[in-house]
Design a protein around this ligand. Sequence first.
Ligand SMILES: Cc1cc2nc3c(=O)[nH]c(=O)nc-3n(C[C@H](O)[C@H](O)[C@H](O)COP(=O)(O)OP(=O)(O)OC[C@H]3O[C@@H](n4cnc5c(N)ncnc54)[C@H](O)[C@@H]3O)c2cc1C
Length: 304
Amino acid sequence: MYDLIIIGGGPAGITAGIYAARKKLNTLLISKDFVGQTGIAFGVENYTGFEEIRGLELMKKFKNHLEKFEIKINEFEEVEKIKKINNIFEVKTDEGEYFAKTIIITSGRNPRTLKVPGEKEFLGKGVSYCVTCDETMVEGKIAAVIGGGNVGLEAGLELTKFCKKIYIIEYASKVTGDEILQKEIESDKKINIIVDADVKEIKGKDFVKEIIYEDRKSKKINQLAVDGIFVEIGAVLSVDFAENLVELSDDGEIKINSRTCATKTDGLFAAGDVADIRDKQIIIACGEGAKSALSVYEYLKKIK
Ligand SMILES: Cc1cc2nc3c(=O)[nH]c(=O)nc-3n(C[C@H](O)[C@H](O)[C@H](O)COP(=O)(O)OP(=O)(O)OC[C@H]3O[C@@H](n4cnc5c(N)ncnc54)[C@H](O)[C@@H]3O)c2cc1C
């Protein structure tokens, strides 16, 4: 039986693994991959110590660092279910069953995609799912934010610091973000709101050049010249396997104690983007991963 099983090999899981190994906890890390969201980030410019680095390269460095320690790693394996029976956690994967005294869930999230032609092709070449990460890409240029919920409206406002013009493109007949944000957006001259817009395609050459959408009312196909597109239509979280062991926020994130990363179940912790922390960033996921492993260490000392 393991002291700890970590689910997920993104920045949070890897850092939790490093901290757990340094505390000499008998640890198993299970992950579908060591790519996570960071691996699809084109250029990371806000991780301390690296002025600019490709996301995948940063993930390779994280993984190499983890492998320096004594820790069992099961890669390409997916956790399907966790249960707690008599104070022991049972973790069922697509390959087998494992048992542990504690668990840290770091299964992250995936941005919801538009699933239109050009989206994949121009990822990192004008298409982004993270304004905080890629806002400098559109400095002095024209950007479109897809999605008029809170995140989309906040993204639009944030971009006013960088762009000369911003379109907020919403599928519904009105933007749905908080009224206070709507008022700010409406009074900002740089922002143009387009509603009833069904995005059909992203076009460009080496980089994004235009977005094609259908006006859902008139059925007219329109083209907008843009230099960057931020897709802000939500995220898909991977938490189903934990079912009633965790409490979820309205956004579907695992509720944690912000001091310890503990969930509602004793011995079960969560860290990184899967948890209800406000900011979703690599450096924060790493910090939360470290915090969760140290909490596990303290918890195990107590139950001995
Ligand atoms: C396109 C993009 C660009 C970004 N750019 C930046 C940036 O420039 N700077 C910045 O600070 N942040 C950036 N971010 C945000 C940053 O990537 C995330 O905050 C960070 O990766 C969160 O780390 P995590 O470990 O919590 O989760 P993730 O990175 O999502 O990792 C989760 C891991 O868990 C695994 N997993 C999921 N479910 C299971 C399961 N059932 N069984 C086993 N394994 C599972 C996944 O395969 C993955 O390896 C960006 C995000 C995106 C999407």
